[in-house]
Each structure stands twice: as C-alpha cells, then as structure tokens.
Design a protein around this ligand. Structure first.
Ligand SMILES: C[S@@+](CC[C@H](N)C(=O)[O-])C[C@H]1O[C@@H](n2cnc3c(N)ncnc32)[C@H](O)[C@@H]1O
Ligand SMILES: C/C=C/c1ccc(O)c(OC)c1
Length: 339
C-alpha cells in the first residue's frame, strides 16, 4: 500500500539507529562470546540493563532480526553473516555505523531543502558548519577526524581481501606504489603484505599520516595531493575522487599523471570508487550507491560518477586510455588509468 511505503520510508532511520544501538551495546560481541544461541535474559544481563527494560531490548532485537542482522530461534539469538562482519577481528565495521549516525553530522540532512533554494556555491556541509569545509572540520575536531578515519579504515579492511583475491596480477611489473589519500594506511598495509616486492607508501595530509599505522612494510609521507604527489610506478586512489568536484578531480588526476610519468616505468593509476550502474548484483548495492551519492553531495558538493562522468574527468586530465576492470566488489569498481 502507498501509505505503508510512505510510513516505511519516513521511519527508515529506525533501521540506522537500531543498528547504532546494537553497535554501542556490542550485542554481536555478546552473542558471539556466549558461543551458542543466546536467550534474551542472558543478553540483557550481560550488557547489563535493568530488568524492567528486558522486554524493550526484546523489541529492538525483533527489529534487528527483521533486518537480517541477527536470527532468532526458540533457543535464542544468533549471528548472521552481517553481524559476523561486525565481529570480525580488526574489521571494526561498527565505525561506519557510528560516523553515519553521528548526532552532529546528521544535522546536515534536516536542512537539505533549505540548501536547494540557496543561490551561493557553498556545500550543505559548509552551510551547516559555519563555512567550514569537510576536511578542515575533520582537522579542527580530532574526535570527528578519528571517527571518520576509523570508518574508512574499517571499509578498507573489509574490501582489501576481496580486491587482492580478485586482482592478484594488478601490480605485476611495478616496483613501487603510492596510496594517495591513503588515510591511516589500512589499504597499503594489505597491499604491502600481499605483494612484498612492491615498495609501498601511504600519502595523506600531514595531520592524518601522523596517526598512520607504524609499519616496517610501508613508508609514510605527509603532503597535499593538489601540490605534489611522490613519484611512483603505481598510484592507488581509493574512495578519494568521489570527495571532489570534476574540476578538483582533474587537478588530482593531473598530479597523479605527473607522478607516474616522472618515474618512466610504464605505470598506471588504479582508482577504486563507485561507478554508478556497475555495482555487483547484491540487491542493496544500487540503493547504497545512491545513498553515497547524496552523502557526497551534502558533505563535499561532489558526486558518485557513472561511466560517462568518469570518462570525462579521466580524458580531461590528459590520460590516453582507461579500463573499468571486470570484477565489482560490492558497490566498488576498479578502474585503471594509463598515461
Ligand atoms: C574518504 S578518505 C579515503 C581514505 C582511504 N583511501 C580509504 O579508502 O580508506 C579520503 C582521504 O583523503 C585525504 N585528503 C583530503 N584532502 C587531501 C589532500 N589535499 N591531500 C592528500 N590527502 C587528502 C583525507 O585526509 C582522507 O584520508
Ligand atoms: C559517513 C560517511 C562519510 C564518508 C566521507 C568521505 C568518503 O569518501 C566516504 O567514502 C565512503 C564516506
């Protein structure tokens, strides 16, 4: 029924905040630690919550079961693959939920209609946060910076295993790689460990790399990708270009081209980002891409790009050719750019 559809969409944030509550109460950790189906009263005592709220917790669990986060049998609650991911060692995917439902950051979305009517060029983020751009805000407020870095690191953690398994030959013939906008080094750590002959560097803003993982297996360089990128055979750009409008993307891609050309070893740029229309056949993938597209619009005034939009920025930046690789990983495509 149409009314049900409107009611459902109007209340969809209940899904987000129920998940947020499960993350904060570490419900999947408690079920995992219990080691067998966990009854409600055991779950309630392990948190612990006052007994008069047990039935309320039961109702929260009913919603999460309906959403496929847990399963419920006569004997109690168990994990599903989604809540197992929340529990995978080191993956910390709850960080994604935390940043996405953050009380301060969600202020943006209540002001979207106001934003549409304004004639200036500011992003929704700048409008809501006193003219501060997203990356300035993250620099000035380290607690938010950490929230974001953790969320990005957790996505890399879940993504990189599949990437390396799907593309074991992607770095063949290359001697060194720079992960531009590589955050705290999660992706580069996977690459360096899987390809020990490849000399890897994580490159990001100085205050971000200051928090990078310390490792023997890769180098750390702070700087500004709009100024100069360290020379390399391969440049890796994961979840970076969607943060920037077309003009800025072209600038970044030109700096990348200079960085590989100065090395003169037939290098390439490897972009990992959404290509709208190329998502894997996960039934939620297209909707997830569209959620990210609106997120990028609000945070940065940028976008997720379709095939034609990628073509345009790549060719405008002066690349001679590119290819969208055959395997999609969730919403992400791998695109190779050749100078
Ligand atoms: C969305 S995060 C992606 C992080 C990482 N590539 C990943 O996939 O997890 C974008 C990164 O770009 C970095 N960044 C923003 N402006 C930058 C600049 N001017 N130069 C270098 N890095 C920058 C941010 O600090 C952030 O770590
Ligand atoms: C709440 C999500 C924030 C976010 C910010 C910048 C990004 O590039 C991004 O990529 C997945 C996510």
């Amino acid at each position: 029924m149409d009314l049900t559809r409107i009611q459902n969409l109007s209340l969809s944030y209940m899904s987000s905040f129920a998940l947020r509550c499960a993350v904060d109460l570490d419900i999947s950790g408690r079920i995992q630690a219990y080691g067998r189906p966990m009854p409600l009263n055991e779950l309630a005592r392990s948190i612990p919550i006052p007994p008069h709220k047990d039935s309320m917790l039961g109702r929260l669990m009913t919603l999460l079961v309906n959403q496929g986060i847990f399963v419920q049998s006569e004997a109690g609650y168990q994990l599903t693959p989604a809540s197992e991911l929340l529990q995978t060692e080191g993956s910390n995917v709850g960080a994604i939920t935390r940043v996405a439902t953050d009380a301060e950051l969600i202020k943006l979305w209540g002001r979207l209609s106001e934003f549409f009517k304004e004639s200036d060029e500011r992003s929704l983020f700048e409008k809501v946060f006193d003219g501060k751009k997203f990356w300035e805000f993250m620099k000035k407020k380290p607690e938010y910076g950490k929230l974001l870095d953790d969320a990005m690191a957790s996505m890399s953690n879940s993504f990189m295993r599949g990437f390396i398994a799907s593309y074991p030959h992607i770095f063949d013939g290359l001697n060194n790689l720079v992960d531009v906008g590589g955050g705290t080094g999660t992706a580069v750590k996977f690459i360096a460990e899987a390809f020990p002959r490849l000399r890897c560097t994580v490159f990001d803003l100085p205050h971000v790399v200051a928090k990078a993982l310390k490792s023997e297996s890769f180098d750390v360089v702070g700087g500004d990708m709009f100024e100069k990128i360290p020379p390399a055979d391969a440049i890796f750009l994961k979840n970076v270009l969607h943060d920037w409008n077309d003009e800025d993307c072209v600038r970044i891609l030109k700096r990348c081209k200079e960085a590989i050309e100065s090395n003169n070893n037939g290098g390439k740029v490897i972009v990992v980002d959404i290509v709208i229309g190329f998502e894997s056949n996960d039934p939620k993938a297209i909707e997830t891409s569209l959620f990210f597209d609106i997120s990028m619009m609000g945070f940065f005034g940028s976008r997720e790009r379709n095939k034609q939009e990628w073509h345009d920025v790549i060719i405008t930046a002066g690349y001679s050719d590119y290819k969208i690789c055959p395997v999609q990983l969730g919403v992400y495509s791998v695109v190779e750019l050749y100078p």
